[in-house]
Design a protein around this ligand. Structure first.
Ligand SMILES: [Zn+2]
Length: 568
């Protein structure tokens, strides 16, 4: 399905999609001058202007000097105090599911179970029997404290097909019609209430997906990419796997990002391999940077499927420690195979016992290939939420990158949050240890896991700066780097994700209130005076500050998002 000659893994150190002119129906203006704003660039901390030529950044400097670049500029953008940054990189997304969510019934805002069923009923009436994707319920936020049941969905949707995944998408509730169509009843993980986990959930997801047309899926992907562009994101890492999507969907997602009128897309495929030949076959067939991503060692905390050393705190019966889907031997063999095939390996790993499995598997892989080979391959781990200092040290030594989701801490961390409920406060406060990762040299890139949390990169930066565990807070600068440059590095590309001459013109323009400088003690201070009085910095992301508003997103010179009436 894919053209092997365009395989992006053929040269993993370069940006395979950096040619701004290839195959685009929307040519960029040859020369665009931005002036009168603030340009966040390592080459000139006082820059207020930027020139792009033929899809690349040609010059960065002051407004005074910008005058010499007016000649021949096809477009002059008066920034009027706006901030120009590199476009964000979202290192963990699911485009089709995101688009499905954007066009489906969102239960995340429902105030109660009754309210949620009302939303399902309204949508069922409006859509006249079409299958309903009613997503993101969170029973912990409802007074009823329970998920909907199959019979409740049947009543609300007049007997139609309803697929209602929980907010963490590791479990779901289905209507009777979908239960019957999917054969979920005969699979492991089925409950008569209509709650599905594991195999039963996979059967449901597959059956629901099979009911979508090619046109539906293309619409979903386009909606997701447009939403990412509107959030100032220039590159997403799409994580497909045989369990949650399809090869066809992955190929189409990567292709959609290559056209030029949407964020770029790097593909990852979460399929376990046992030897290098199997890895090479997949790498030759799919447009991927690695056999990594949602290759699940375990599940999620919310669904109590994350694999733990000690039992869940809120399950009184028995000794429930979640589920390990892979062994350390399988991890070892996969890592060895991918390393030998010259592609990234990686896993979805959330619980502490799952992290133990991965660390053991990686260490055993060094016994086969040696640590230098593993370090050179640059493997990656998704989520890595319950990792301790010993594991962080081990992973840093093996050149692994963590792909983390700060919005998870914002949504479910803290003393009253879901993590504390599931695990007890003692374990909850040790989760998502970003500052420990930073201090121990474990590189990490930020992502949303959209549709689990929305595309909102400044919210992710803010979640790092205002981490619910004070000891794990990062500076805005560290968090910003983790959401830009580190996202390229996580894909094995070292020299992208910042604004400098010679770089692709992949940038975002933001209306901001106050810009800030980072004080040495990490407290954020307002900076709203003359740029020359301090180091121009990043927007204020402290609690209560207004979020930067996206005005324009440019990818390789082409404007892929423009706020209505913003700059032109
Ligand atoms: Zn994921």
């Amino acid at each position: 399905m894919s053209d092997p000659t365009s395989n992006p893994t053929s040269n993993p150190t370069s940006d395979p999609t950096s040619d701004p002119t290839s195959g685009s129906p929307h040519p960029a203006p040859a020369r665009t001058l931005y002036r009168g704003g603030f340009v966040y660039s390592p080459v000139d901390p006082f820059a207020t202007a930027l020139l792009t030529v033929d899809g690349q950044i040609a010059w960065i400097g002051s407004d005074e000097a910008a005058g010499t670049h007016l000649d021949g500029a096809g477009e002059v953008v008066e920034l009027d105090g706006a901030l120009v940054t590199p476009a964000f990189v979202d290192a963990h997304v699911h485009l089709s599911m995101t688009g499905q969510a954007l066009t489906g019934v969102d239960l995340s805002g429902a105030s109660s179970l009754v309210d949620a069923l009302g939303l399902v009923e309204a949508a069922a009436r409006q859509r006249g029997g079409r299958p309903l994707f009613a997503h993101s319920f969170d029973e912990d936020a409802w007074p009823e404290r329970r998920a909907p049941t199959r019979s409740e969905l049947d009543r609300a949707a007049y007997g139609g097909v309803v697929y209602a995944p929980r907010v963490d998408v590791h479990s779901a509730v289905v209507s009777s019609a979908l239960a019957a169509a999917s054969g979920a009843r005969s699979r492991a993980g089925w409950q008569e209430s209509g709650l599905v986990r594991g195999d039963a959930h996979h059967a449901v997801r597959d059956a629901f997906a099979a009911g979508l047309s090619h046109a539906d899926r293309a619409t979903h992907r386009a909606a997701a990419l447009q939403s990412a562009a509107a959030a100032g994101i220039g590159l997403v890492h799409e994580h497909g796997s045989p369990q949650i999507s399809s090869e066809e969907d992955l190929v189409a997602s990567v292709a959609a990002g290559a056209v030029g009128d949407a964020p770029q897309v790097f593909g990852y495929w979460g399929e376990l391999v046992a030897d290098a030949d199997a890895a090479r076959l997949l790498v030759s067939r799919l447009p991927i940077r690695g056999l990594a991503g949602d290759l699940c060692v375990d599940g999620s905390i919310g669904s109590r499927t994350a694999c733990l050393r000690e039992p869940y705190a809120d399950v009184s019966a028995g000794d429930h420690r979640g589920t390990a889907y892979l062994s350390s031997a399988e991890v070892r063999d996969h890592v060895v195979a991918c390393t030998q095939a010259g592609t990234q390996a990686g896993f979805h790993v959330i619980g502490d016992a799952a992290a133990d499995i991965v660390v053991t598997g990686l260490r055993d892989a060094t016994g086969v290939l040696g640590a230098p080979a593993l370090r050179a391959a640059g493997h990656r781990l998704e989520h890595l939420e319950m990792v301790d200092a010993d594991a962080i040290e081990a992973l840093a030594a093996l050149g692994v990158t963590a792909s983390v989701q700060p919005a998870f801490d914002a949504a479910w961390g803290g003393p009253m949050g879901m993590y504390a409920a599931r695990l007890g406060l003692g374990r909850a406060v040790r989760m998502n240890p970003f500052a420990t990762m930073a201090s121990m040299g474990l590189p990490f890139a930020l992502g949303s896991d959209s549709p689990v949390t929305p595309f909102d990169p400044w919210a992710a930066v803010s979640a790092c700066v205002n981490h619910r565990t004070a000891a794990q807070r990062l500076s805005a600068r560290s968090a910003f780097l983790a959401h830009t440059r580190a996202g390229w590095r996580a894909a094995g590309i070292d020299d992208r994700g910042y604004l400098a001459p010679g770089q692709p013109a992949t940038l975002a323009v933001w209306a901001v209130g106050d810009l800030v400088v980072q004080a040495p003690d990490r407290r954020v201070q307002n900076w709203s005076t003359d740029p020359r009085s301090g180091t121009p910095g990043l927007p204020d992301v402290s609690p209560g500050a207004s979020r930067p508003r996206s005005r324009r997103t440019v990818i390789r010179g082409r404007t892929v998002f423009e706020e209505a009436g913003a700059l032109t």
